[in-house]
Design a protein around this ligand. Structure first.
Ligand code: ATP
Ligand code: MG
Length: 661
């Protein structure tokens, strides 16, 4: 395999962050792909971006006109920093745009959702069928006392009833708050209470790696401390007996039996709240991010079409759980608004074997796959034999989101999954941004492995110093957005002051996203990870992600997390936690080899002072490495701060014991 060219050039010094990793590969969009793409050349991309830069409001208004509005807006944007209103005065309904609109033509019998349960059971919903289920469930919600503006908590496995519940909320103007099904009872309780939800939608359980996750039992525990919940609606998924509290708990299928299939969509204000969603909690306590209607749908529908180059013939699979924003925007809303076919899978990627994803792609002839770097690195670790057993020739486009993707993983994805035929879109965005903001357009923008490339048209992103000045090419700094965009969060639910303080106060007049980045001479963005993770090593400010990338480029390393720990001499010493490829063995010698490897790849300044081998890394339930916990471990401190989003608590104890292997 082609190795990454080592960066021997001297690092660029800046007051903020030094960027030391230099990736030189450039991959042009394959001609075959570009020929048929919505946006076909770099020149066309530049032209569109330039026009959108001159008049962003006109750009987004054109995108909004692709949707069905009951009443047009009077004003595209009302911007009283930091509070934005989009398409002011417009009336719209998202469920109408995702469903009813497609019933008028041939799409009525097109598959909207292709669903597969972990045990292998399958269900397909055409647009017509999905519409009927959504209308019926919207009536169930109304009968359960849910009114426009009320909050509805959703705690479910990845089953079709989940998108049905969301679309039903959107239809009647209720605000959904999805809590990922992997969270504990306490996490669910706190989120329900923060949103003051009236109704909880859940299920008796869900399948994960062959075992039933007892969701209803956890929901019962949570509901012991949620005074606002008056009713729970429970889907029967597993079939094992559960406690049903008289007068509060009702079975979904029983409630649906008599529900009418007629439910006209509410004509909602463009700024009517659509959902609250709590962030992943990689850096601290999750925040209840609030999104609204018209701007959000415009953003996700338009970006889905251009970034995934969606065509009517596509079968699109975003592997994210709907419990995360990626699932909200690119399993449900952005996809269905385009009349596309969205694949949903309930379970684990290694059930019954390590090739479940490839098996799904082969059987459904998936054309577009959107997944996370953490999953890609896991597949690399499992070995090429799993994807190689399957026919992946239906794939035409690949995507990633969630973390910086190290060039080595990018190249593996390109070679082993995409067979060098599929472009890759590395999409940078956040729960707060609602939709994708920095990304290539696959038929137009040449890719550089590890870079999310260029801002989407109409988005004004920059890399700046703490006082808001743009940094020169290749210097690291703060990744900011300089003007509002339609999918942006409107506030933190119930806490405008925290919204202002959290996102708009660090750098004057700009939205600061929490991430560090550099921009190369071509204007390409390279996300360097969280600003909080930047280390100050002997006077150099280094990004952990670049050292991790260098470690992962060694054939023995599967995954790496790098943190700083206090050091009397250097200020900060570099500690690396490393998991090895299946066949590799931990040894003192390998530690030395890896330290030298980093020195060779990016320079002696980045050489880890300490390497610890571990069988796994602490991750959030969405699969992101929680470096702040590793910082505590590396410096021998007790773990402080929020750990409710941690996936596996036992990892912390194991890591502490691991010490120096
Ligand atoms: P919290 O804000 O609670 O700490 P979180 O930031 O992990 O949690 P999300 O909103 O799910 O919650 O994640 C957004 C973050 O994920 C971004 O700020 C960025 O750090 C990272 N990210 C997402 N996509 C990319 C990408 N393509 N490249 C690099 N980083 C990415
Ligand atoms: Mg965040």
């Amino acid at each position: 395999m082609a190795r990454k060219p080592a960066a021997k050039s001297p690092s660029t010094s800046t007051p903020d962050i030094e960027s030391i990793l230099k990736e030189k590969r450039v991959l042009k969009p394959p001609a075959e792909f570009a020929k048929k793409a919505h946006i076909r050349s770099f020149a066309e991309h530049k032209k569109i971006s330039k026009a959108a830069q001159r008049n962003p409001q006109a750009y987004w208004a054109r995108a909004a006109k692709e949707l069905d509005w009951f009443k047009s807006w009077k004003k595209v944007l009302d911007w009283k920093p930091p509070f934005a209103k989009w398409f002011v005065g417009g009336k719209i309904n998202i469920s109408h745009n995702c469903l009813d609109r497609h019933l008028e033509g041939w799409r009525r019998n097109k598959a909207a959702i292709l669903w597969e349960g972990e045990p292998g059971d399958r269900r397909t919903y055409t647009y017509q069928e999905l519409h009927r289920e959504v209308c019926k469930f919207a009536n169930v919600l109304k009968e359960s006392g849910v009114k426009k503006g009320d909050r509805v908590a959703v705690y479910m496995p990845m089953i079709p009833e989940l998108p049905i519940a969301l679309l039903a909320c959107a239809r009647i103007g209720a605000v959904h708050s999805v809590v990922f099904g992997g969270f504990s009872a306490d996490a669910l309780r706190d989120r329900i209470n923060d949103a003051k939800a009236k109704v909880l939608i859940t299920s008796d359980g869900g399948w994960r790696r062959g075992t039933a996750v007892p969701l209803k039992q956890m929901a019962d525990d949570a509901m012991k401390g949620t005074p606002t919940i008056t009713r729970a609606l429970v889907v029967k998924r597993i079939g094992e007996p559960v406690h049903m509290q008289e007068g509060r708990d009702y079975w979904w299928h029983e409630a649906m039996e008599d529900a009418s299939a007629v439910c006209p969509p509410e004509k909602l204000d463009s700024e009517h709240p659509l959902f609250i969603l709590y962030t992943s909690g990689s850096t601290g306590k999750p925040k209840g991010v609030l999104h609204t209607t018209g701007g959000y749908l415009t953003h996700v529908a338009h970006t889905a079409r251009l970034i995934f180059d969606l065509k009517d013939e596509d079968t699109f699979w975003c592997t994210a759980d709907i419990g995360w924003v990626t699932g909200h925007s690119y399993v449900v809303y952005g996809l269905l608004a385009n009349g596309a076919t969205s694949v949903m899978y309930e379970g684990a990627p290694n059930h019954p074997a390590n090739d479940r994803f490839w098996d799904i792609i082969e059987r459904h002839r998936v054309t577009i796959l959107y997944t996370a770097p953490t999953a890609i690195r896991t597949f690399m670790k499992w070995g090429d034999e799993w994807p190689n057993k399957h026919d992946l020739s239906s794939l035409r486009l690949l995507g990633t989101v969630g973390e910086p993707i190290n060039p080595e993983a990018w190249m593996w994805y390109h070679r082993v999954i995409g067979k060098k035929r599929c472009p890759i879109v590395d999409t940078w965005w956040q729960t707060e941004t609602g939709g994708i903001l920095i990304t290539p357009l696959p038929g137009a923008v040449p890719a550089k492995p590890g870079s999310c490339t260029l801002p989407f048209p109409g988005i004004d992103a920059d890399v700046v110093t703490k006082d808001g000045k743009s940094v020169p090419p290749n210097a690291g700094g703060f990744l900011v957005l300089k003007r509002p965009w339609p999918g942006m969060l409107r506030t933190i639910y119930g806490d405008d002051a925290r919204y202002k303080q959290q996102y708009w106060s660090e750098i004057p007049g700009m939205y600061f996203a929490g991430d560090g980045a550099r921009r190369d001479k071509d204007g390409y963005f390279w996300v360097l990870g969280r600003i909080d993770d930047v280390m100050n090593v002997a006077g150099h400010r280094l990004s952990t992600m670049e050292i991790e990338s260098a470690l992962v480029s060694h054939p023995d390393v599967a995954e790496a997390a790098v943190v700083g720990r206090p050091d009397d001499m250097k200020g900060t010493a570099i500690a690396a936690f490393v998991t090895l490829e299946g066949s590799s063995k931990a040894s003192e010698n390998l530690k030395k080899v890896l330290r030298d490897h980093v020195a060779k790849e990016i320079g002696p300044i980045a050489k880890p002072d300490e390497i610890r081998f571990t069988d796994s890394l602490p991750k959030t339930r969405s699969g992101k490495i929680m470096r702040r916990l590793l910082r505590d471990i590396a410096s021998g401190k007790a773990t402080v701060g929020d750990t409710t989003t941690l996936e596996d608590y036992s990892i912390l104890a194991r890591l502490r014991e691991s010490d120096e292997v």
